[in-house]
Design a protein around this ligand. Structure first.
Ligand SMILES: C[C@H]1O[C@H](OP(=O)(O)OP(=O)(O)OC[C@H]2O[C@@H](n3cnc4c(=O)[nH]c(N)nc43)[C@H](O)[C@@H]2O)[C@@H](O)[C@@H](O)C1=O
Length: 346
């Protein structure tokens, strides 16, 4: 194990960057976190985590698409570990702006790998990669040896980043690792993602502020884990002497319909499902009120039917253990949104 004293975290204000910063600060690590120029340096997540005023946390502006700026920052910070969490993370958006995904996720990784290679070659580079690199895989569950066949522009950009990590490790002996993250959710998830869209909508419906929520593909099955477990595993990866790839996942698949059911149940609302395809609805048992509608606007041109991971290697080598099941995840997220909604109404 290599002690980490100073870490550089890109994407400080995002879910993973914020959770990672909190975890590292809690372990006595000094953290420099980056945010996009012009964006809020610290943001609501750091405030909710109670670390926005931490003296050992420094926030700096960085556009990782600027290779010179990456090199200057890495030379200045001299991190023991660099966690690359910044980027374009919304798969749906990537279909509308594929070039932005390629640059924000692909080119940025190249720049940061080069920055580490040339300015801080002893640092451990840890990439937040994604299950989307598997595309629509033939086999389930997916592990580190599953063939890569990304389909979405987002998946392609992460495939490039993931492959670059492997190439820099093999070519230059860099301590570079790729954490292949399956869907990982938390109270700090962005509202663009289906779990948080649901938890917020459920909270507002339970408080009588909205009547229903419109969703897309309810049949897609994903492997939903709890994000704090995943950033803990990323920190454990950085402490290893050598770079490697690790799938981080729970091994349990749930459909979007399942998650919606769990989220409504967390607010005491039981849903029954009726209809099919675009006609399907989720109806509140007892009242008969429609709570979930299906809207074609939320479907994607390509959507993997099933992504579920096998994290045996991470369990074995990192001691990775998912700590929250689907019902627990939905409950935490709905409770956090109920609390936020109640504060908002005061
Ligand atoms: C591993 C991967 O995980 C995440 O990407 P994602 O899986 O695209 O996440 P999501 O929450 O946007 O979609 C999950 C599923 O839910 C379906 N779905 C149905 N109805 C709605 C809907 O209304 N909104 C959204 N967003 N999705 C919907 C949608 O079609 C898809 O099948 C990111 O962390 C990403 O960065 C990452 O790396």
């Amino acid at each position: 194990m290599n002690p980490i004293r100073r870490a550089l975290v890109t994407g400080l204000s995002g879910q993973d960057g914020a959770l990672l910063a909190a975890r590292l600060l809690g372990a006595g690590v000094d953290v420099v976190g980056t945010h996009r120029p012009g964006s809020d340096a610290r943001g609501w997540r750091l405030r909710e985590l109670g670390i926005d005023g931490d003296a050992r946390l420094r926030a700096v502006a960085l556009d990782p698409r600027d290779g010179d700026a990456c090199a200057r920052l890495v030379a200045d910070v001299q991190p023991d570990a660099l966690f690359h969490c910044a980027g374009q993370s919304r798969v749906a958006d990537s279909f509308r702006d594929p070039r932005e995904s390629a640059e924000a996720n692909g080119t940025s990784t190249l720049h940061l790998l080069e920055a580490v290679r040339t300015r801080a070659p002893a640092a451990h580079f840890v990439l937040a990669a994604s299950a989307e690199i598997f595309g629509a895989p033939q086999a389930a569950p997916q592990d580190e040896s599953t063939p890569l066949a990304a389909r979405s522009p987002y998946g392609l950009s992460k495939l490039y980043a993931h492959a670059a990590v492997g190439a820099w490790r093999a070519s230059y002996g860099l301590r570079a690792s790729s954490a292949i993250l399956f869907n990982h959710e938390s109270e700090l998830r962005d509202e663009a993602f289906v779990t948080r869209k649901l938890s917020r909508a459920v909270a507002r419906i339970a408080l009588g502020r909205e009547r229903d929520v419109a969703l897309g593909n309810l049949d897609a099955r994903r492997d939903f884990g709890y994000a704090p477990d995943y950033v803990a595993a990323m920190a454990a990866i950085a402490a290893r002497a050598d770079g490697a790839d690790f799938v981080l996942a729970t091994g349990q698949a749930a459909s979007i319909r399942d998650f919606a059911g769990a989220a409504f149940a967390a607010a005491g609302i039981a849903l029954d499902w009726s209809g099919d395809g675009l006609d399907e609805v989720g109806v509140e048992r007892g009242s008969g009120q429609v709570r979930v509608r299906v809207d074609a606007a939320f479907f994607r041109p390509v959507d993997a039917p099933l992504l579920v991971g096998d994290a045996a290697k991470a369990r074995r080598e990192l001691g990775f253990t998912p700590s929250v099941d689907l019902a627990g995840l939905a409950r935490r997220m709905v409770e956090a949104d109920l609390a936020r909604e109640r504060v908002a109404s005061i």
